[in-house]
Design a protein around this ligand. Sequence first.
Ligand code: FES
Length: 156
Amino acid sequence: MDKDLDQVADEIQKAILDDARRVYSEKVIDHFLHPRNVGGIKDADGFARVMGPCGDTMYIYLRIDGQGISDAKFMTDGCGTTIVCGSVVTDMVKGKEFKEASKIRHTHVLEVLGGLPDADAHCSVLAVDTLRAAIKNYLLAQRSKGRDGREAEKRG
Ligand code: FES
């Protein structure tokens, strides 16, 4: 009986993936089945939480060493395509200088994924908007630390 149930479950899973392959690239399916960089980073140097117009939220955490992003993680309550885009964006920025990372556009994410259906393209926008917000928040925090340091020096 359990074997029959397992077989039915396998057949359903196969049918779902066959349907998905008609719409999505193998790269999308790979990131959906095996999302990279899921989770948070304790005391992240850069962090942002952005809610897209669809109501889905993405969280991106960055570890920045010097000028470079040494680690990036994400979480989302969004759809499968949002998970895919968070996975790709965090993969793309690891090892990059944050200035270079801030130039990533949602079209670059779409290129890496081999495209997304028009109805899903906004998920890549949410991922990139969240990345940019995390970098911006890092830069704002750095600027404020610099200002506080200068003021402390003046007070001597
Ligand atoms: Fe909302 Fe994907 S459906 S970001």
